[in-house]
Ligand binder design. Structure first.
Ligand code: GLP
Length: 240
């Protein structure tokens, strides 16, 4: 696990954007896995700006969303589909066959999870997976206690995750209690992972992720076992 410490959120976004663009330009048909939440926003902004300046093309790339709430329409402003459409996909001229989304409104959710997992396999697995981390160590929506070999599945959100994520909803009562998420096993098959961590409130989380025991009680700790992980974290995310 390589850990890169940068001064602040702006530097974090710039650093991950540089690496992302490098993979876009050096991998023949790159497959990216993308996370949502506050932390990767700067990355998406940087990618859109670089695209608009004419320096890069996404024509050969494919994109997989990491997770999605169950029961929200894709036009719901708090859905992860909507988030990535608005923050990235709509700006970089993709065709629909370049974008893979778990459908949280599928009639048969188990079948949807199997379909998604198969799509990832058919694309030859993810070349670069961007991750953020929940305060309790969740990756995607894999909450503490999830087996390390889990595959894409329907999961229940913990009270604490619902509370933290309620900031993206009108009220805490509006937040779905379930989601579809790539499994930990699925994420670990990515050829490369970049984990982004920003802010004081993540300092304990970062510490435990990079130095703590590898345990299912803290899902992000499994990243210590992946052969190609880079953690990019800003100064605030480190204990003094
Ligand atoms: C959500 C998402 C995760 C994300 C995490 C951290 O629960 N399901 O994929 O990494 O929140 O989000 P933030 O970057 O806003 O702290």
């Amino acid at each position: 696990m390589e850990v890169i410490k940068v001064a602040d959120y702006e530097a974090l976004s710039k650093k991950v954007c540089e690496i992302f663009i490098n993979r876009l330009q050096t991998i023949e048909n790159p497959v990216f896995g993308l996370a949502t939440g506050s932390t990767p926003k700067g990355l998406y902004k940087c990618l859109v700006e670089t695209y608009e300046s004419g320096q890069i093309s996404f024509a050969n790339a494919k994109f997989f969303n990491l997770d999605e709430y169950i029961g929200l329409d894709k036009s719901h402003p708090s859905s992860y589909t909507y988030y990535l459409m608005k923050k990235l996909y709509e700006h970089i001229h993709l065709t629909p066959d370049q974008i893979y989304l778990p459908n949280g409104n599928a009639t048969d959710l188990q079948e949807e999870c199997a379909r998604y997992e198969q799509c990832i396999r058919d694309c030859g697995h993810i070349d670069l997976q961007i991750l953020g981390v929940g305060i309790n160590g969740h990756i995607g929506f894999n909450e503490p206690g999830t087996p390390f070999n889990s595959r894409t599945d329907v999961v229940n959100l913990t009270e604490s995750t619902m509370r933290v994520n309620s900031r993206f909803f009108k009220s805490i009562d509006d937040i779905p209690h379930r989601a579809i998420t790539m499994g930990i096993g699925t994420i670990m098959e990515s050829k490369e992972i970049i984990m982004l961590v920003s802010g004081k409130h993540k300092a304990d989380t970062l510490q435990r992720m990079i130095h703590g025991n590898v345990t299912e009680d803290f899902p992000a700790s499994i990243l210590q076992k992946h052969p190609n992980v880079t953690v990019i974290a800003d100064e605030e995310a480190f204990h003094d």
